[in-house]
Design a protein around this ligand. Structure first.
Ligand SMILES: C[S@@+](CC[C@H](N)C(=O)[O-])C[C@H]1O[C@@H](n2cnc3c(N)ncnc32)[C@H](O)[C@@H]1O
Length: 214
């Protein structure tokens, strides 16, 4: 079981998470928005079992993944033995400074209570002018509504919500914390000298690309 200082991620959550994630097609579309050119050196931070890592591997062979979960890293390594995957946390990335052109963070910041530390670490491993690309839950009415449905017992019997319900209920406190401090997160980026290239939302998520100046 993965451990972090703030909370313990359960195997139940990890399994449900693998079952409920976005399709490959929708991921490819989202990742394309970041326009990550071939040859750039990329870190997929909080890579899970490496789904995004493998999509980007087709574009740039120069990619590594880091995740807090030993179990998920094991799966990632099996799926793509050509990529280097490391067990580690976003708050203390086990890699040397000033080496990446891009750090991708897909649905991970909301798991980290102390995301300031993670932002500092991302800045450390990026080169000056490197970019942070992230996708995280948005504090939108539609998300709030779906989350609310997940808290109702009846959602157990609704196939569309049942799996999502498991992940939501497991990470409810973290999600609430994240949604409540999303604007603070954007200020933290500013404080660490990340400048916005774009910040969009698609009802459920925010999708951002920020460039760092060191
Ligand atoms: C919702 S999943 C997203 C996985 C992957 N980015 C994707 O899009 O398929 C969140 C991931 O963050 C990882 N994670 C949670 N806390 C972390 C931390 N402090 N440092 C690094 N990874 C973390 C979890 O193990 C999990 O794989």
């Amino acid at each position: 079981m993965a451990r972090s200082k703030q909370y313990q991620q359960s195997k139940k959550w990890e399994r449900a998470c693998l079952d409920t994630r976005r399709s490959l097609g929708s991921r490819k579309k989202r990742l394309a928005k970041f326009r990550i050119s071939s040859g750039l050196k990329v870190l997929d931070l909080g890579c899970g079992d490496g789904l995004n890592t493998n999509i980007l591997f087709e574009q740039t062979r120069n990619i590594v993944g880091v995740d807090i979960s030993g179990d998920l890293i094991k799966i990632a390594r099996m799926k793509n033995p050509r990529v280097k995957f490391y067990i580690g946390t976003a708050e203390k990335i086990p890699l040397r400074a000033n080496q990446f052109d891009v750090v991708l963070v897909d649905s991970v910041f909301h798991h980290i209570l102390d995301y300031k530390k993670a932002v500092g670490e991302i800045k450390r491993v990026l080169i000056s002018g490197g970019v942070l690309c992230f996708i995280e839950p948005d504090n939108s009415l539609i998300r709030r509504f779906i989350d609310y449905l997940c808290t109702l017992k009846v959602s157990k019997y609704m196939p569309i919500l049942n799996k999502r319900r498991i992940t939501y209920l497991e990470e409810k406190d973290l999600m609430e914390h994240w949604l409540g401090t999303k604007n603070e997160f954007l200020n933290v980026l500013k404080k660490y000298n990340f400048r916005k290239i774009f910040l969009n939302n698609d009802f459920l998520s925010i999708i951002g690309k920020y460039k760092v100046k060191k």
